[in-house]
Design a protein around this ligand. Structure first.
Ligand code: MD3
Ligand code: FE
Length: 209
């Protein structure tokens, strides 16, 4: 689906911001998130270093990203419930596939969707996503709710990071040479969103297995 109100911004050879690309899907995404959190609730996980994350997370799809004292890993069972993660709603997979196509990555079939929930003050420090089995597939991310300042770093943590404002409905696609860039989210300001209030929801689609 090609939307008139979406705009493609290229940050680098394989990194794209699709402004407003998710807006036509929002009315389907929000109830789907309610279903997901009804099965696998948002929770604050602990990093291998022992810090509790300020971002709360859950997952849908065959595989879900987790962290605990032992490390980061993708698992098929939610450690909080002992059951499989909720299925990936078809509208999620469709949105991810269409966004990837817009950025030149055809046939993207994610098996994992990490759902992050930010409240005011929550942040994600600079990191790389490298727990996936191969880096050929892109990562697609969707932002809903409050605005956030995204940090677009380099290939080393010490490289300077550019700031990109992300708005409700924006989608980002990361692949190719940019797949392993450092990235993060600055602490969220409390500027409530008309639909989601003082929350930001981000989901990232990956081919993890
Ligand atoms: C660049 N999430 O869950 S989305 C994450 O807004 C994560 O919650 C942020 O970083 C968030 O790992 C940023 C944008 C994003 C996601 C994955 C990437 C950028 C990426 C993977 C590789 C490079
Ligand atoms: Fe990340």
């Amino acid at each position: 689906m090609l939307e008139a109100d979406s705009q493609r911004l290229r940050l680098s050879s394989g990194a794209f911001v699709l402004r407003g690309f998710a807006l036509p899907y929002v009315s389907q995404l929000l109830p789907a998130i309610s279903v997901i959190e009804g099965i696998s609730p948002f929770r604050h996980m602990v990093t291998p270093g022992g810090a509790t994350m300020s971002v709360a997370l859950t997952n849908c799809g065959t595989l879900g990203w987790t962290t605990d004292r032992r490390g980061y890993q993708y698992v098929s069972v939610d450690p909080a419930t002992g059951d499989r993660w909720p299925a990936m709603p078809p509208v999620f997979a469709q949105l991810a596939n269409e966004a990837a196509t817009m950025a030149g990555f055809d046939d993207f079939e994610p098996d994992a969707c990490l759902v992050n929930r930010y409240r005011p003050g929550a942040r994600l420090s600079l990191h790389q996503d490298k727990n996936e089995r191969d880096y050929e597939a892109p990562v697609v991310s969707v932002s809903l709710g409050m605005n956030a300042t995204f940090l677009f770093g380099g290939h080393e943590r010490s490289n300077p990071a550019a700031k990109v404002l992300l708005y409700h409905g924006d989608v980002m696609v990361w692949g190719g040479a940019d797949r392993l860039r450092y990235h993060g989210i600055r602490p969220l300001k409390d500027e409530p969103h008309m639909l989601l209030g003082s929350e930001r929801i981000n989901f990232t689609f990956r081919k993890a297995g």
